[in-house]
Design a protein around this ligand. Structure first.
Ligand code: NAD
Length: 424
């Protein structure tokens, strides 16, 4: 029995619904059987916990924490933990599924998961955050595990939270267990190369896509939206490939110079300027909307979701979009970009360099031997290049965009794993 119901693109712009509508389309093209379809639509496990925390003023506040395991068909589930007042279970479920596809598309042996705690980390002291993280880890002691479910940092969490999580888990087990999480500080089993990993993967997939389109990097121009970890490192590494970066932007707006921007100088400026580009000296200022519509060869949205929608997709002039951010392009915008022959390297492929090096961190923790940065880069580059070629071949075979091809590659792998394991 094949899943053949038509899966029209819904008329919405929500990034998570957009993601699920692409899942539907890829499932239909692949002829995914109804049983596998139903399994993959539903998260395998949803855990909700109440976390009592003694606050600095002596009162007890109870926080709500979530962990969703979408799939463990390919291996232990992997995915970040976010701390935010905006954390919602439905969103966590969608993000967990997203991780399943992202891991499968780059061929790392993980399923997908995601977690979060509804809290306002900026209003909490370091001690309160530590107690909250330890409470969450204790509550999730039977969910987490190096062979079960492996968290990582996400919005408002970082190496410090991962260090607390690893420490608490190790204490509960009575066993030093660094592989229970990734994104740890270097001195506690973090991996060299992790900070650069996502931007590096963006550069590698951009290069591969330029090769397919016949774009000569030495003559090409590029604009990068967002200048945080992903945007600034993508811009730096893409510039090193010979492209001229004519515009960059962050929350303070866009900075444009047709002669090209010195990215190293912009990074140094940002680092000395409280983390933003405000006041950076460029030929002219543009908006975050205008940067997307510049006449460039390559566009890298690396800020946030939902930037390219049906409202501006027709105005995009770039020949190639490489999605550093998660969910920057809506499903409706995809239809317009496809029509206009704009190649889009989708998020689940383009920004998977981060989770790839997280996998390398876990491998190094398990073997207890640590690789040089050069080895991490080389292996991650190879993984990203191979994943791009596999997705490109699928797009040729099925006559689809790279996005739908990436979902096809991912869903095909996960559904085969499900079938071999005999879940039903
Ligand atoms: P970051 O916080 O380091 O940087 C975000 C950047 O976007 C900052 O320069 C910020 O000023 C800018 N920004 C914020 N709001 C903006 C707005 N309204 N308009 C324009 N710019 C705005 O975050 P990051 O780690 O670089 O992540 C960026 C994106 O990449 C997110 O979608 C994230 O989910 C995705 N991503 C990150 C990683 C990773 O390893 N860091 C991996 C995969 C995907």
């Amino acid at each position: 029995m094949s899943y053949q119901e038509p899966a029209p693109i819904k008329n919405q712009e929500n990034p998570f619904e957009s993601m699920m509508s692409r899942f539907d389309e890829a499932a239909r093209i692949l002829g995914l059987d109804k049983n596998s379809y139903n399994v993959l639509k539903s998260p395998a496990k949803t855990v909700i916990v109440s976390l009592p925390v003694i606050m600095d003023d002596g009162t007890v506040q109870v926080f709500e924490g979530y962990r969703v395991v979408h799939s463990q068909a390919m291996g232990p589930s992997k995915g970040g933990i976010r701390y935010s007042m905006d954390v919602h279970l439905d969103e966590v479920k969608a993000l967990a599924a997203w991780m399943t596809w992202k891991c499968a598309v780059v061929g790392i042996p993980y399923g997908g998961g995601k977690g979060g705690i509804k809290c306002d980390p900026r209003s909490m002291s370091k001690g309160e955050l530590e107690r909250l993280t330890r409470a969450y880890t204790g509550a999730m002691r039977d969910v987490f595990g190096p062979e079960k479910d492996i968290p990582a940092p996400d919005m408002n969490t970082g190496p410090q939270e991962m260090a607390w999580l690893m420490d608490e888990y190790s204490k509960i087990q009575g066993l030093y267990t660094p592989a229970v999480t990734t994104g740890k500080p270097l001195v506690l089993g973090g991996s060299s190369g992790r900070v650069e990993a996502t931007g590096r993967g963006v550069m590698v997939t951009a290069r591969a896509a330029m090769g397919k389109l016949g774009i000569n990097p030495m003559e090409a121009t590029c604009a990068v939206q967002g200048f945080g970890n992903v945007g600034s490192i993508s811009a730096k590494l893409i510039q090193l490939q010979g492209l001229k970066i004519v515009a960059i932007s962050d929350i303070t707006g866009g900075y444009y110079d047709p002669k090209g921007i010195d990215i190293e100088a912009a990074i140094a400026y940002r680092n000395q300027n409280g983390g933003t580009l405000e006041g950076f000296n460029a030929e002219s200022r543009i908006t975050n909307e205008e940067i997307l519509e510049l006449d460039v060869d390559v566009l890298v949205p690396a800020a946030m979701e939902d930037q390219i929608t049906k409202h501006n997709a027709a105005k995009i002039k770039a020949k190639l979009i490489v999605e550093g951010a998660n969910g920057p392009t809506s499903a409706n915008a995809d239809l317009i970009l496809n029509e206009n022959n704009v190649m889009v390297v989708p998020d689940i492929l383009a920004n998977a360099g981060g989770v790839t090096v997280s996998y390398f961190e876990w491998v190094q923790n398990k073997i207890g031997y640590y690789w040089t940065e050069e080895r991490v880069h080389r292996r991650a580059d190879r993984t990203m290049k191979q994943a791009f070629e596999e997705v490109y071949a699928a797009s040729q075979k099925y006559g689809t965009s790279l996005r739908i091809a990436a979902y096809i590659v991912a869903i095909d792998k996960v559904s085969k794993a499900l079938a071999y394991r005999g879940v039903f």
